[in-house]
Unconditional design. Structure first.
Length: 276
């Protein structure tokens, strides 16, 4: 059974992302592991050591009480969506978010991470959000990042960006696996610039290899790769954008403020980042 890690701070963004975590668990026939982390207050070098255990116990108890109060709300959301059968377990961990996530991934053999992203600027917030961006950079498994205003709808169209590298095929196969489970189609985008216009043989090979899969290839000329991707999201009505890990500054510039204005109603879509 696939395991999905859902880090939560019980914020609006996290609660919204929980719906996607539930739906992903349904798609892959998986289980959810909910993770809430907390940090201790900064230490006072003079007085803090004496009261360390008392302080730790107080903070831990407070966080445990919050955890216990919030979990029934998440369970109610699952029941409302007829997903009460999804198995859920819970982890409350002291320490920094990234190390705790990495520890959970290793110890629990996690397959996916689902996180909410705060903010009101659409996809831009995904990659300038410190937590989400750092998680994407730090973990070796797929991360589904969900903007706070995204509204879950049946996944019918999955966008996939590629450079037609051989290793990209592994990521595309992962996307195809999800698409087949949801009866979705994949629209695979390659932005053809002047620098990479000699790949006709490669494209032909890809089309032949995936001819029996629900994939359609789009070769779109354009020297502005980022803007071409944004236009593709809106014109093709993409429900989830799948991207392979690139340098973080590429993501940040991809969704800068001037480009996100062009995304209209599709600006609030989840992005699934794959590592290959």
């Amino acid at each position: 059974m696939k395991k999905i890690l859902f880090p939560t701070d019980f914020s609006e963004a996290a609660t919204n992302a929980f719906i996607y975590a539930l739906e992903l668990a349904k798609i892959v026939k998986g289980e959810l592991i909910l993770l809430h982390t907390f940090e201790l207050p900064l230490a006072d070098n003079v007085f803090y050591p004496i009261n360390y255990k008392e302080t730790f116990d107080t903070v831990e108890l407070s966080k445990f009480e919050q955890f216990r109060e919030e979990l029934p709300k998440l369970r109610a959301i699952a029941e409302e969506r007829n997903l009460g059968h999804i198995s859920m377990s819970h982890r409350l961990m002291e320490g920094l978010l990234i190390p705790n996530i990495k520890e959970c991934i290793e110890n629990e053999k996690i397959n996916f991470v689902v996180m909410g992203t705060a903010g009101t600027k659409g996809c831009k917030e995904l990659f300038i959000s410190t937590n989400t961006g750092d998680v994407i950079s730090a973990v070796p498994i797929p991360v589904l990042s969900v903007p706070v205003k995204a509204k879950f709808e049946k996944i019918e169209t999955i966008g996939f960006t590629t450079r037609f590298r051989e290793k990209d095929k592994v990521a595309l196969e992962q996307a195809i696996d999800i698409a087949k489970k949801t009866n979705a189609k994949i629209k695979c985008l390659y932005v053809k610039t002047q620098e990479n216009d000699n790949i006709n043989v490669t494209i032909k090979d890809w089309k032949n290899q995936f001819k029996n899969d629900p994939v359609r290839f789009y070769i779109i000329p354009g020297d502005n790769v980022k803007e071409t991707i944004i236009d593709f999201i809106t014109s093709q009505e993409i429900d989830v954008l799948t991207m392979i890990t690139y340098k973080r500054n590429f993501f940040e510039s991809l969704f800068n403020s001037s480009l996100t204005k062009k995304m209209s109603y599709k600006s609030e879509i989840p992005i699934l980042v794959l590592h290959v």
